[in-house]
Design a protein around this ligand. Structure first.
Ligand code: HEC
Ligand code: HEC
Ligand code: HEC
Ligand code: HEC
Ligand code: HEC
Length: 492
């Protein structure tokens, strides 16, 4: 009886008209195993078996009247649903092996507001993807080639510059900063090469091999640039059956970012977000770089504003190309907490400061080793500052803040007793006082209360992009960002 009921249920699920079946085959007609098949834009997918067969249970849930099939290394294919047809055959085409280094990169930026005429080949990516273009233009990636601070340390004509210490090599910085002009001097980058980390470069990455043989940037990825007259775009979606899109799972993985956000030079850790992330609880929880830095606005429902084959999608499936950074207040707000409490203790004021790295997926602060964070603590009464009698003071590298009450957090590299030293001159990691993901830093300060009136205690947390002395030498700015401020008033 129970068996009969089960059979009946199975029959109902598979009722004719509801179920779709089919086979995914390659160019030669052989069945393809492991292909992802879905009703386009629906939430779930099935995977083909050794016979290339698939069964899609509920045809009525198809948001679009299309089935798509995808396999890494192949162009995504699709079939339009026809009434009365319940079995489909979908043919996948393999992407030709190899990378054509003569491929001219496509620009992100359209010349005017004209709608594009064709979908193929060389139209600027931003002509159709207008929202994404605007987000990317706000991001550090769009400025990687032209960033004045990068160029100041690359070139410089000063003692700290890369070119000073390595006059003959020019391309190692460019592997990450000017990947579309790699091998050239970044100062000479023009046209699409000056777009830094651009759309076309990022979407020609088929796989990533971070950390292999000290390779970084575009030397740590498999680029698949198509031969003349063809176009292939790699991406995170498996249901874009326009004939030139390829599904690559690496787009949703942190290792994709690691190609450029992880670097050791001669054993010295320079860029380290990826390894710090790997050791954090975020890696175990499957929260990737993309989850935080490409978190979508929750409003956009299309990935392209124009172009054939464009459909509406759930906002939660789309991401932002702003690559949120420490200049995005909403990224920092929930990630970093500054707490200040203060009390009067006899003839002194005692201040307790805590910095919690609640929600960055790596050490705080992240980025290049010259990036650092300061918490500056102050106390005054009757309009004049109180003297610190106990508690830490800011180190020498804090420049104008040196000696003031507070704590400094930095990864310091050195070379034969000189600390800090720029990454390209360093031979050792000397110290790392940054706050690991999930950790807290606590410090206590005592000020002499030798003045009448209410006491005001303050704490300011700031991130600076380079050391003040280096900014002066290189002729650039420290790029200070105030992360949080706290004040406590003690009436007397
Ligand atoms: C630093 C590399 C990088 C750059 C630069 C970049 N992308 Fe992406 N793009 C990605 C990654 C990674 C994803 C997947 C995001 C995810 O899974 O959350 C993605 C996703 C997409 C998607 C799929 C839709 C979505 O919301 O996920 C489109 C379309 C896209 N990018 C177009 C562009 C265009 C157009 C540009 C230039 C204006 C661009 N990308 C620049 C890495 C990049
Ligand atoms: C003529 C308009 C047009 C141009 C130009 C264009 N795209 Fe697209 N792109 C689209 C449309 C439409 C889609 C599919 C949207 C959908 O599925 O809703 C798309 C999809 C994508 C995807 C998703 C692929 C996947 O499987 O995840 C990526 C990535 C992408 N485009 C990147 C680019 C890049 C990089 C360029 C420039 C080299 C570019 N596009 C140029 C219209 C365009
Ligand atoms: C091809 C190399 C490359 C890839 C791939 C890449 N990045 Fe970057 N990224 C850079 C470079 C170079 C910079 C620094 C640009 C500058 O400030 O001059 C940067 C800057 C950033 C910043 C801003 C840092 C700051 O100082 O404000 C964030 C955030 C970021 N990337 C996140 C990501 C994420 C997330 C991914 C993966 C989806 C990724 N990047 C992939 C090269 C890359
Ligand atoms: C749980 C969310 C989260 C995850 C996961 C995460 N980050 Fe971050 N990231 C942040 C926050 C918040 C900041 C801002 C604080 C700071 O600058 O250190 C930040 C800062 C950065 C910065 C410096 C930005 C700046 O303006 O100084 C870079 C570069 C960066 N992250 C890259 C990565 C990479 C690469 C990964 C993956 C390996 C990653 N992040 C994973 C939240 C995250
Ligand atoms: C492995 C890839 C990679 C290489 C190689 C690389 N960088 Fe970077 N660089 C990055 C990333 C990622 C960032 C973004 C994190 C940050 O802003 O600190 C960055 C940021 C910077 C910054 C800070 C920019 C700012 O506005 O705060 C400077 C300066 C810089 N790089 C200089 C150099 C120089 C000089 C070289 C060559 C010796 C070099 N980089 C080589 C990936 C790289």
């Amino acid at each position: 009886m129970r068996r009969l009921a089960l059979l009946l249920v199975a029959f109902l699920i598979a009722a004719p008209g509801e179920t779709l079946t089919g086979t995914v085959v390659d160019e030669t007609g052989r069945p393809v195993e492991g292909a992802r098949v879905r009703l386009r834009a629906s939430e779930t997918f099935v995977v083909t078996g050794a016979d290339g067969r698939f069964v899609l249970a509920d045809r009525t849930s198809a948001p679009e009247r299309e089935i798509t099939a995808a396999l890494p290394g192949h162009i995504i294919a699709g079939a339009t649903l026809k009434s009365g047809v319940f079995d489909y055959r979908i043919q996948l085409t393999a992407i030709p092996p190899g990378d054509d280094a003569t491929y001219p990169w496509v620009t992100a930026i359209p010349e005017d507001d004209q709608a594009p005429h064709t979908d193929f080949g060389r139209e600027p990516c931003g002509a159709c993807h207008r929202r994404i273009l605007a987000e990317w233009q706000e991001s550090a990636h769009a400025r990687a080639a032209t960033n004045a601070r990068f160029l100041a340390f690359f070139d410089g004509r000063h003692s700290l510059s890369f070119k000073r210490s390595n006059p003959v090599t020019s391309d190692s910085c460019g592997n990450c900063h000017t990947p579309m002009a790699a091998g050239e001097d970044p100062r000479q980058a023009t046209g699409v090469g000056a777009e830094g980390v651009g759309c076309d470069l990022c979407h020609k990455i088929a796989a990533a091999r971070p950390g292999e043989a000290d390779r970084t940037g575009i030397r740590a990825v498999d680029l698949r640039r198509p031969p003349f007259g063809r176009q292939t775009v790699f991406g995170p979606f498996d249901d874009v059956p326009r004939g030139r899109d390829a599904f690559a799972p690496v787009y949703s993985e942190s290792r994709y970012c690691a190609s450029c956000h992880q670097q050791r030079v001669g054993g010295v850790s320079v860029y380290s977000e990826f390894e710090e992330w790997q050791a954090s609880r975020f890696a175990a929880a499957g929260i990737t770089c993309q989850s935080c830095h490409m978190r979508g606005d929750g409003k956009a429902t299309t990935m392209s504003d124009l172009g054939p084959g464009r459909i509406e999608r759930a906002a939660s499936t789309l991401s932002s190309h702003r690559f949120h950074d420490s200049r995005s207040a909403d990224l920092l707000e929930t990630a970093v907490a500054l707490t200040l409490s203060a009390r009067i203790d006899g003839d002194a004021v005692v201040a307790d400061v805590e910095i919690a790295n609640l929600g960055t997926g790596h050490h705080l602060p992240a980025g290049s080793p010259m990036r650092h964070m300061l918490v500056l603590v102050s106390a005054d009464a009757d309009g004049a500052p109180l003297t610190r009698i106990d508690g830490p003071a800011l180190p020498e590298w804090a420049g104008d803040m040196h000696g003031k009450p507070g704590r400094g957090f930095a990864k310091l590299l050195g070379d034969r007793g000189v600390v800090p030293t720029p990454a390209w001159q360093a031979t050792a990691l000397v110290s790392d006082t940054r706050v690991p993901a999930g950790d807290r830093d606590r410090s206590q300060y005592r000020f002499r209360l030798d003045r009448p009136g209410a006491a005001r205690i303050g704490a300011v947390l700031m991130i600076r992009r380079t050391f003040p002395a280096w900014a002066t030498t290189a002729g650039t700015d420290v790029g200070e960002i105030v992360v949080a401020r706290r004040t406590v008033l003690l009436a007397r």
